[in-house]
Design a protein around this ligand. Structure first.
Ligand SMILES: [Zn+2]
Ligand SMILES: [Zn+2]
Length: 403
């Protein structure tokens, strides 16, 4: 493996750098032909084979950055300790002076070689040191924190990006009158005004706030976002096994929280308004999955009819199948105007009195139930009102199951 090619390359490299080259940079330029592990090991092999003297000058390629990484790690450690962070995975990213990058690349071009870039080596080597110091792992896909080091200044500048924490579970909404997410006051847009009693909100609380507050306290996060698998209206309860959601906590300082205890605390704090179940740690990917999922739903709807109805006429409800639904009037100010096609999968009914029905409906996700009942002035076709040939109104609605 040590051949003429190696010797030629070494000669040229020592010539270009005036023999001022550190072990990492020396080894790196042979990473394609000399076995490691690691560039320092490669350099040692070269030094032994060719009886070289180790250079004590500052490296011409990395300007000493690679030799000083322990010191850089001290800066990082100081920063992390100041933030009092809890994490188990990290990733290192760095910014290097343009000049340094081009020197490294020019040498590769000159030697006509393709070897690891200096940036990759710095990130990896600093990652190794930090991994040891913090007893954590390097994670390229979903790190808890990203340590960013800018080497373009005299002393390296360190930033720590704290990635969000994701927690998933299901929620039940036991009473009517609570929105799923925090709803800023329409008049003051959250500033606080007489209309909202200076709360900045349309409603005193929301599922989001009731779930997020205890979690924010425990994680010391800077904010939160609530992602539900769809949502029910404010006046609709969410019963059964609840609706899936993912809670995103921004910049959490603590991650090792006890979810069982948190769930108990949320349920105590929300005193019969809402309840959470099956809390577990989750990922960004699950957030996307849950947000875009459109599972089937089972509803219980109480329906008021304008005219009395013969029980036998209700058999016609069984014909409900494919529904063409134009965006309802009541949401048209915030939803695109289009026609959706959704199916009613199953329908059962109980007669409460000659003008009141209780319906149990199983439908595809995304069907507006109140409009399925009323017909929304012909925007939803067919509708229960149309089929029964009398105006019909949904006066109470519960979600019993989200598939
Ligand atoms: Zn170097
Ligand atoms: Zn207001």
């Amino acid at each position: 493996m040590i051949d003429m090619k190696t010797e030629k390359r070494l000669e040229k490299l020592l010539d270009i750098t005036g023999e001022s080259i550190c072990l990492n940079c020396l080894g790196r330029k042979f990473s394609d032909i000399i076995p490691g592990p690691g560039n320092r090991k490669r350099a040692e092999t070269l030094i032994k084979t060719f009886k070289l003297k180790k250079s004590s000058n500052k490296c011409k390629i990395c300007k000493g950055i690679l030799e000083d990484l322990e010191k850089t790690a001290d800066y990082v450690e100081e920063k992390i300790k100041k933030l009092n962070l809890e994490f188990s995975t990290l990733l290192v990213g760095s910014r290097l002076p343009e000049e340094l990058l081009s020197t490294d690349e020019n040498i590769n071009n000159h030697l006509n070689i393709e070897v690891e870039s200096i940036k990759k080596e710095i990130n990896r080597e600093l990652g190794k040191i930090l991994k040891e110091r913090f007893n954590c792992k390097v994670d390229f896909k979903n790190p808890d924190i990203i340590v960013k080091v800018d080497f373009r200044t005299l002393e390296p500048q360190v930033w720590v990006q704290i990635n969000p924490l994701f927690i998933e579970g299901r929620y039940k909404k036991l009473i009517r009158g609570i929105p799923q997410t925090k709803w800023p006051c329409r008049k003051c847009k959250g500033q606080g005004c007489p209309r909202c009693n200076f709360t900045g909100k349309m409603y005193p609380t929301s599922v989001e706030e009731l779930v997020a507050e205890p979690v924010l306290k425990a994680t010391q996060g800077s904010g939160s976002k609530f992602h539900g698998a769809g949502r029910e209206d404010i006046d609709v309860r969410m019963l059964g096994k609840g609706r899936p959601f993912v809670l995103e906590i921004k910049e959490p300082k603590k991650r090792k929280i006890n979810l069982k205890e948190i769930a108990d605390e949320i349920n105590k704090f929300a005193k019969g308004k809402i309840e959470v179940l099956n809390l577990k740690f989750s990922t960004r990917n699950r957030k996307v999955e849950i947000k875009t999922s459109s599972p089937y739903k089972i509803y219980r709807a109480k329906v008021k009819l304008k005219d009395e109805i013969e029980p036998s006429a209700l058999e016609k409800l069984k014909s409900l199948n494919l529904i063409k639904q134009r965006t309802p009037k009541r949401v048209s100010h915030r939803r695109a105007d289009k026609i959706r096609k959704r199916k009613v999968i199953d329908i059962k009914w109980n007669i409460i009195d000659s003008k009141t029905l209780e319906l149990i409906l199983k439908t595809e996700g995304g069907l507006y139930i109140k409009e399925l009942i009323s017909g929304d002035d012909g925007r939803t076709k067919p509708s229960i009102s149309e089929i029964l040939n009398t105006p019909a109104e949904c006066i109470e609605l519960d979600v019993l199951e989200v598939g």
